[in-house]
Design a protein around this ligand. Structure first.
Ligand SMILES: C[S@@+](CC[C@H](N)C(=O)[O-])C[C@H]1O[C@@H](n2cnc3c(N)ncnc32)[C@H](O)[C@@H]1O
Length: 217
């Protein structure tokens, strides 16, 4: 992913001038690359440290993550939680649940992270929480649905982050050359642009992160 948007040498340079990952994150990153399919889905050091820093700046009480995978971004985000904070994370794949929990324990965050297994849309509708921060990082076709579903559950002043919004740079190609996921990401970006209830910035970090801040209901 990063090869397309950011030259490898620049990415390496940026990583080398970014704080080291927590020990648990470095081990999780390694085990994911050794043993788990599609390791490129993991946020990785640069994006992970960015998520961690954003979370530390906000000090959220409640975080919702849609798309746990092996738990890398969940740990990054959970490190910034307020003392009584909780992070809910959702994934449809139960096979990785145990591995995630092992690393949540290694990071000392097992009491702060609640894992939900199931289709995100089903789980979100059953969550009775008010979130300070939401991170959307699951099936691309449903980003707009997840945005609509979480919007009323996000506090005014809260944030909705979405990963992969540049989709390997495919979003800038003519529509006829875009795959269905790139089209979905482009339509998510259009939706965000048109929503006057938020302020937003699209950061061309890794595969593109859209940060939206809720200004009004
Ligand atoms: C890109 S990965 C998440 C990466 C993770 N946030 C990180 O940075 O380490 C996307 C995850 O979304 C999950 N997923 C896909 N469709 C889903 C759905 N409908 N409901 C819940 N999870 C889903 C996949 O199983 C996969 O683990």
């Amino acid at each position: 992913m990063t090869q397309v948007l950011i030259p490898a040498a620049i990415n390496q340079y940026a990583e080398s001038f970014t704080s080291d990952e927590l020990k648990a994150l470095a081990a999780l990153n390694r085990e994911t690359h050794l043993k788990v399919e599609m390791p490129q889905m993991l946020s990785g050091k640069l994006q992970g440290q960015l998520l961690q820093m954003i979370s530390h700046m906000i000090r959220p009480r409640r975080i919702l993550e849609i798309g746990t995978y092996t738990g890398y971004s969940a740990i990054c985000l959970a490190t910034g939680l307020a003392e009584d904070g909780l992070l809910h994370t959702i994934d449809i794949n139960e096979e990785l649940q145990e591995m995630c929990f092992r690393y949540f324990c290694e990071a000392g965050l097992e009491k702060k992270i609640i894992q939900h297994i199931g289709k995100a849309a089903d789980v979100i509708s059953g969550l009775d929480e008010e979130f300070d921060l939401v991170f959307i990082d699951a099936d691309k076709q449903n980003y707009s649905l997840y945005y609509d579903m979480v919007f009323d559950k996000v506090k005014v002043g809260g944030f909705i982050l979405a990963d992969n919004v540049l989709f390997d740079g495919e979003v800038v190609l003519p529509e006829s050359q875009q795959g269905k996921n790139a089209k979905a990401m482009h339509s998510y970006n259009e939706k965000i642009k048109k929503d006057s209830r938020i302020e937003h910035v699209l950061l061309p970090v890794r595969d593109g992160i859209m940060i939206a801040s809720k200004k009004s209901k």
